[in-house]
Structures are given as structure tokens and as C-alpha cells.
Design a protein around this ligand. Structure first.
Ligand SMILES: [Zn+2]
Length: 79
């Protein structure tokens, strides 16, 4: 069961939350989806495959971009 070096998430929902968070905080992040690992049974992020609908929606509505900019300024201003 053990031995996965990737970051793990207990549920799909948590993984998708992390996926969106990653895209907001790290411009270079290319993760697009989540999958349940056959080795550890937990969920991981992946940059392969089809984009998760929640991420696609957040990109489409500009939510990722908006939050990303907000995060950038928070960091820059040291909040
Ligand atoms: Zn795993």
C-alpha cells in the first residue's frame, strides 16, 4: 500500500480542491486532472488526460486567473 512518492489525497474532492489550488498558486503547474492510484488507493494530481470539469469551468469563467492574481498580490504585499 505504501511507497507512493507523490502527494496523496484521501478523496477525489480533496484532490480536485488541490488541483485548483495548484493552478492558482503556481503558474507553471500543468496538472489538469486527478486519478485514484492503484498502488496506494489515494488520489493524485496528473498533467495527463482530459481536464477535470471543475478546472475547465474555473478556467472558462476566469476564476483561476482572478484568484491567481489575488494570490500574487497577497504574496507581493505580504499579507
Ligand atoms: Zn499512489
Amino acid at each position: 500500500m505504501a511507497g507512493c512518492s507523490k502527494k496523496t489525497y484521501l478523496t477525489e474532492n480533496l484532490a480536485v480542491d488541490a488541483l485548483l489550488e495548484a493552478r492558482i498558486r503556481f503558474v507553471q503547474n500543468t496538472s489538469v486532472a486527478v486519478y485514484q492510484c492503484e498502488d496506494c488507493g489515494s488520489w493524485h494530481l496528473t498533467s495527463r488526460g482530459n481536464m477535470h470539469p471543475r478546472l475547465a469551468k474555473a478556467m472558462e469563467t476566469g476564476e483561476i486567473k482572478k484568484q491567481s492574481q489575488a494570490y500574487f498580490w497577497e504574496k507581493k504585499l505580504g499579507y
